[in-house]
Ligand binder design. Structure first.
Ligand code: NAP
Length: 286
């Protein structure tokens, strides 16, 4: 698959890594970057991630055969509104947003009817680092990318987006936006919320310096993702409200039950929960 012009809106970790990966695979001829801050785009150009840039999103998508949107999910509707009047009929548009029903709602609001060339997606890959400096060509190798085509997405556009991700070594799966949001609330959004909440609780204790001085590997493992970008996670939590609240309510109930077991010296319950959790993690995470 050769893309003549790929326009990436949001040249950060996710957008920059796709550009680097496609270049390394020889799958793209020209990459145009676009975002709000010209200094960020100049940096991306200096690093060789993009060939050219535009701060005007409409101009940036002109001539593109594929447009990849990798901005925070709260910015999707604004971006889609800006590019909508400038897209050629055969330009394929896809995105990397971590919530999918909200991105589809944003597209509906921006375009009116959902376009046949719009294929929502989400790479299940990333790090706690942000910005183009963090972008690496192998980010997607061996990782899953979930596509959530809409009822309007054409098979040809879906194939094109599938081929784009396969070119950087990803495994592509398809599901509905609702199912995606439900599963990701459990596996990604709730864990990030818990990591941020735990570190914040500890950081507000009087003896926080001592607590962090004594923090060992377990604390680092559990809280690594609390170093993720706060604005990005603010957007994700607010744009997957129903599924995240459902998971949070379940978890709050289970946590209360654990609290009760400790207060009542119910060691059997603790052992039962910890053993079940260890077996599940050993099985699913190797
Ligand atoms: P990032 O490194 O912070 O990059 C975001 C980019 O978006 C920046 O280049 C920023 O550039 C640009 N941007 C922000 N608001 C914008 C706006 N209103 N208009 C135009 N450009 C804008 O973030 P990321 O980690 O790549 O995440 C990008 C998307 O991928 C998000 O939707 C996120 O949910 C999703 N995602 C992230 C991960 C992860 O682990 N990080 C994994 C999968 C999916 P300027 O400041 O120059 O505008």
């Amino acid at each position: 698959m050769i893309i003549k012009q790929l326009t990436i809106i949001g040249v950060g970790l996710i957008g920059g890594s796709l550009a680097r990966g496609l270049r390394a695979a020889g799958a793209v001829q020209r990459v145009v970057g676009a975002s709000r801050d010209e200094q960020h785009l100049q940096r991306a150009q200096t690093l060789g991630v993009i060939d050219d840039y535009e701060t005007d999103l409409g101009r940036a998508v002109e001539g593109a055969d594929v447009v990849f949107i990798a901005v925070p999910v709260g910015a999707m509707e604004d971006v889609l509104r800006r590019i909508a009047p400038h897209l050629a009929a055969d330009t394929v548009v896809t995105d990397a947003g971590s919530t999918k029903a909200s991105v589809i709602a944003a597209a509906r609001a921006a375009f009116g009817d959902l376009p046949a060339n719009f294929v929502p997606g989400h790479p299940i890959a990333g790090t706690e680092n942000s910005g183009v400096e963090a972008a690496i060509p192998d980010l997607y190798r061996g990782r899953r990318v979930i596509l959530t085509p809409t009822e309007a997405s054409s098979p040809a556009a879906v194939s094109r987006v599938r081929a784009l991700w396969q070119a950087v070594g990803a495994e592509v799966v398809e599901t509905s936006a609702e199912h995606h949001d439900h599963v990701l609330a459990a596996t990604s959004h709730l864990p990030h919320l818990l990591a941020f909440a735990l570190v914040d609780t500890l950081a507000r204790l009087d003896e926080k310096q001592e607590i962090f001085d004594y923090a060992a590997g377990g604390f680092r493992d559990f809280t690594r993702i609390a170093s993720s970008d706060p604005r990005m996670w603010h957007d994700i939590c607010l744009h997957n409200e129903t599924a995240l609240l459902d998971m949070l309510d379940r978890f709050t109930d289970d946590l209360s039950r654990l609290r009760q077991a400790i207060a009542e010296d119910d060691g059997d319950y603790l052992l039962e929960v910890f053993s079940r959790a260890k077996a599940a993690r050993d099985e699913f995470c190797g």
